[in-house]
Design a protein around this ligand. Structure first.
Ligand SMILES: Nc1ncnc2c1ncn2[C@@H]1O[C@H](COP(=O)(O)OP(=O)(O)OP(=O)(O)O)[C@@H](O)[C@H]1O
Ligand SMILES: [Mg+2]
Length: 323
């Protein structure tokens, strides 16, 4: 049990640099460098389905530029704000104030709070703002509210005058469609999905992502009757090319192998892991690691990668929750 625990921990904590992740990190670094050298604040929009690594990307940026406690105040180069589910202006302002160390984030009118955000952001030396979960603004439903929050964000980013990165699900695009001023500020955009390299297919990238996890596995992996191309295809259909699903698939297969004292992970274990961890109805022709698999994306209604669903369903109606 101890071995399993250590192996799973090591596996779960492995941080990978797959192409969209590395590209996004590089772009954000570029924004920061440009701001430091010229004072110019450029913005970036990063879109990606649930589990493609947006929040992990933010954590990586924060790790590179951590908060430092100075004698008289905290130094906070990166201000990371996950937009709260009920994305009201008051809610976003309060989230920002508490990150900035305001002793009473809920106190005062919205304009008083907003003024405190500006003052504290300057005082803490904020050089970059990361606004995660931007779809929560769009989920507010009514256009006037979306518009108001969007406008407030735009004003806030302009006033603080540092680069701002907006991250969220692909439907954030519609938010920008209704708010022209916000759209104008976020013309640069990146997508966290695999398969954007002209030189390689999405299945190849998916396989490479999977392969980069193999060294941290304590048991060998066997492809069974499949060559790596077919294996890559099956893997892509099983995970939609999202890192979160690639990891949970392997992690479940690993648990399965260790608990049963098996020697290796094979397509058989991956088949069981898919049904157990990703989609309980994924049996037979609907399981990418089954011989009878239909070879089609599992994106139809009720399937695990149905498009446009806020938070992907996992087994038993569970939804993927960011770590
Ligand atoms: N670069 C990475 N290396 C290793 N694991 C990663 C990486 N990026 C993401 N993961 C894994 O995938 C999981 C989901 O990632 P994350 O929460 O960042 O996705 P997200 O795009 O923010 O999803 P959501 O839209 O649901 O918030 C993480 O818990 C982590 O286990
Ligand atoms: Mg997230």
């Amino acid at each position: 049990m101890h071995t399993l625990h250590t192996a799973l921990n090591r596996f779960n904590n492995a941080h990978l640099s797959f192409p969209p992740f590395a590209r996004a990190l590089h772009e954000i670094d570029g924004l920061l460098q440009m701001y430091r050298e010229t004072g110019l604040a450029e913005n970036l929009l990063i879109l990606g389905e649930s589990g493609t690594g947006k929040t992990t990307l933010c954590q990586a940026v924060i790790q590179q530029h951590p908060r430092r406690a100075l004698q008289e105040r905290d130094w906070l180069p990166v201000l990371y704000i996950p937009i709260p589910p009920a994305a009201t202006i008051a809610g976003v302002t309060e989230a920002m104030l508490s990150k900035l160390g305001d002793p009473a984030p809920g106190k005062g009118t919205i304009s008083a709070k907003t003024a405190r955000v500006f003052k504290l952001a300057r005082g803490c030396g904020v050089e970059l703002i990361l606004l995660d979960e931007a779809q929560h603004i769009q989920d507010r439903g009514q256009l006037p509210t979306q518009y108001m929050v969007g406008d407030w964000l735009k004003g806030m980013a302009d006033e603080i005058g540092v680069p701002t990165v907006l991250l969220g699900l692909p439907r954030v695009d519609s938010l920008l469609r209704v708010n022209e001023q916000l759209r104008r500020r976020f013309t640069r955009r990146l997508c966290m999905n695999l398969g954007q390299n002209e030189g390689s297919s999405i299945e190849t990238e998916c396989f490479q992502l999977f392969a980069s996890l193999i060294p941290s596995l304590p048991v060998p992996l066997r492809f069974g009757n499949y060559d790596w191309e077919e294996f890559g295809q099956r893997l892509y259909y099983a995970t939609d090319g999202r890192i979160a699903y690639v990891k949970s698939l392997l992690s479940a297969a690993l648990r399965w192998v260790v608990q049963r004292n098996l020697e290796a992970i094979t397509p058989e274990e991956l088949e069981a892991a898919f049904a157990c961890e990703i989609w309980s109805a994924g049996i037979g022709a609907l399981n990418p690691f089954n011989e009878k698999f239909e070879f089609r994306p599992l994106t139809r209604a009720g399937e695990p990668f149905e498009r446009g669903i806020p938070g992907m369903p996992l087994k038993g109606g569970k939804r993927h929750v960011a770590a």
